[in-house]
Design a protein around this ligand. Structure first.
Ligand SMILES: [Zn+2]
Length: 607
């Protein structure tokens, strides 16, 4: 019994849980926050107690917090960036620069105590730097107690008050959030309205707010019976004054909430999956129709996402009308409440899919925005093709839209390497094409290299091993290498570190001694294996796979395996013992990211 108890304790404390990589560690944090919300002044007073554990092998002499509401002030990095970039987000433009004192956002730290003693700090825009009086040694914990006040900005992006859909409060990036520390050090990226990286832990959040408000957010409401508002029951507390909502979320790395007095609140349970909650304030029939269709479609979404990637582990998920774009948070999304059904479902699918790639695979988005956005987009495309089947090229290739965006950007000479930190792409469009499209196509091309079945085996095993952790690109590739027995780092390095592209072509075809000689040519700089279909005059087609020598392996799919193509060789020659060839296709099933498909065909088709 005693041993069993100790064993359970070790499991619970995470000590016996296998690490995804030998020597891997990550920091741990628990938050308890008490928020007193003043909806008349759009401000709140907060008290936060953080238990922070340094699991790193390093002695920490300083700490950093994010104070992201400070981005919504004239002259902030977010404001400067938006006013100087060539293609600003039209929703932001120069609006931050015109915010008045009452409309700006801020988070002001009143007092910080470190292990019970008052400690100094320094605010650098959206980052708070704390130099510790005593260092935190490896394996040690500390308590940080903070009093702070915040003002909710007029809605600019993601967070704010009274946005264009009229939602009162979208509370994202709203509290002092401890920065993550990993083997590359502190993540102290100033907030410009873009990416995140957080520490895993438990959140207990108590929000005292006027009784008229319905709240939605990360976590499970602990006092549902007392609160009502569609949680314990439909009752709304009568009279004036406040009620205190207690949300608890376990093993998440952020906490979002929203509040509105007019939210409709409905629920729908996914069989074998989470309870979904829907919060929307639309009164028009066309919009209500969409919100009423959403539950059934999102039930199908969760079933598909679970089977494609791995099970969603939390008991609930909330779709919340936040009224400004769409944004992912643990156990919830803030999304637009209006629009055409397909657009709304696409948004809901994208943001909910981030539960897997952001929520569970917690990569550092500032450094690798292409992982969370690209991987999310990849699975989203497959699910959307199931929910809204399309004819044409999309039916064969659900990533066609991302492929086209990438090809157009490439042909303009405007692609930038995926290793560019998220905030430092020279244009918003370069960021967007890189993160969403090239990130998605990274997986598309990898699947072409590895073969369908092997790819999904590796993809699921990566998710399963790395969920609730912070993998880096090399961790993903290692998992794919293990699944396939192939060498794949070359592809990751070239796809993310350069702007090289794949372009294979049929160079020439001729007959010699009763044989047909086919010469393929690599026109693009990025080497690639090739699958080719050769159609005989009798209409019979044969499939051939040409591995790339860098792979040191072959995909096991139906077809004939040919000798490897040396990566440095521009040409590759095949001899077929017949002169009765009618057509040749490189990548006949449109599975690769070859940027010029017209030269993949022989004889060249005139269109
Ligand atoms: Zn996204």
């Amino acid at each position: 019994m005693k041993y069993l108890a100790i064993f359970k304790l070790l499991i619970f404390s995470g000590i016996l849980i296998a690490q995804p990589r030998p020597g891997y560690w990550q920091q741990h944090v628990n938050y308890e926050m008490h928020i007193d919300f003043d909806h008349e002044r759009h401000q709140f007073e907060g008290n936060q107690i953080i238990n922070y554990t340094n699991n790193s092998p390093d002695t920490l002499h300083e700490l950093f917090y994010h104070l992201q509401f400070n981005a919504f002030q004239p002259g902030s990095n977010m404001d400067e960036r938006s006013r100087s970039i060539a293609d600003p987000d039209r929703r932001v433009g120069d609006r931050i620069n015109h915010l008045t004192k009452d409309e700006i956002g801020f988070l002001e730290v009143v007092q910080l105590k470190y292990n019970g003693e008052v400690i100094d700090f320094e605010t650098w825009g959206t980052i708070l730097k704390v130099t510790l009086s005593q260092p935190i040694l490896p394996g040690k914990s500390c308590v940080l107690a903070m009093d702070f006040i915040g003002q909710i900005p007029a809605q600019i992006r993601r967070s704010g008050r009274f946005n264009k859909e009229g939602v009162h409060y979208s509370m994202a990036q709203w509290y002092p959030k401890l920065a993550e520390y990993d083997r590359y050090g502190w993540n102290t990226t100033p907030y410009v309205g873009r990416e995140f990286y957080g520490i895993w832990g438990d959140f207990d959040v108590y929000i005292s707010i006027d009784k008229s408000y319905t709240l939605a957010g990360t976590g499970i409401l602990q006092n549902a019976a007392e609160i009502g508002h569609g949680y314990g029951s439909d009752h709304k507390a009568k009279g004036n004054g406040k009620q205190t909502w207690h949300f608890r979320a376990e093993n998440v790395h952020d906490f979002v909430w929203a509040a509105d007095p007019k939210y409709s609140h409905t629920t729908h349970a996914v069989p074998g999956g989470p309870l979904m909650r829907f919060f929307y304030k639309e009164k028009k029939n066309e919009h209500i129709d969409n919100w009423e269709k959403l539950p059934k479609l999102m039930e199908r979404f969760f079933i598909l996402a679970d089977s494609l990637v791995g099970p969603y582990p939390y008991p609930e998920f909330s779709f919340i009308q936040g009224g400004d774009g769409g944004m992912e948070y643990p156990m919830a999304t803030l999304m637009l409440g209006r629009g055409k059904l397909k657009g709304m479902v696409g948004l809901a699918v994208h943001e909910a899919m981030h539960s897997w790639f952001y929520g569970l695979i917690g990569t550092n988005e500032s450094r690798y925005p292409w992982i969370d956005e690209g991987f999310t987009t990849f699975v989203e495309n497959i699910i959307m093709q199931d929910l809204f089947p399309e004819e044409g090229p999309r039916a064969t290739n659900p990533h066609f839209g991302n492929y086209m965006r990438y090809v157009q950007q490439f042909k303009k000479g405007a692609t930038e390497p995926l290793t560019t930190p998220a905030d430092h792409y020279t244009t918003n469009s370069a960021y967007s094409v890189a993160s969403y499209s090239q990130g998605c196509l990274f997986l598309v091309q990898l699947k072409y290299i590895m073969g369908e079945e092997t790819f999904w085996k590796g993809f699921r095993s990566f998710f399963n091993k790395w969920k609730f952790h912070h993998p880096h690109p090399e961790d993903f590739i290692r998992e794919m290498e293990k699944a396939s027995g192939m060498q794949l780092m070359w592809f990751c390095d070239l796809w993310t570190g350069t702007t090289q592209a794949v372009d294979l072509a049929v160079d020439s075809v001729y007959e010699k001694n009763n044989e047909t000689i086919i010469v393929l040519r690599r026109l693009g700089d990025l080497p690639s294996p090739a699958t080719i279909a050769i159609v005989n005059q009798d209409g019979k087609a044969d499939l051939y796979h040409i591995p790339l020598d860098l792979m040191y392996g072959r995909k096991s799919e139906a077809g004939n395996s040919l000798p490897p193509w040396k990566w440095a060789a521009e040409k590759y020659t095949i001899s077929i013992p017949t002169t009765k060839i009618k057509e040749i296709y490189i990548d006949p099933f449109f599975q690769s990211v070859d940027i010029e498909r017209k030269n993949n065909v022989w004889p060249i088709k005139v269109e």
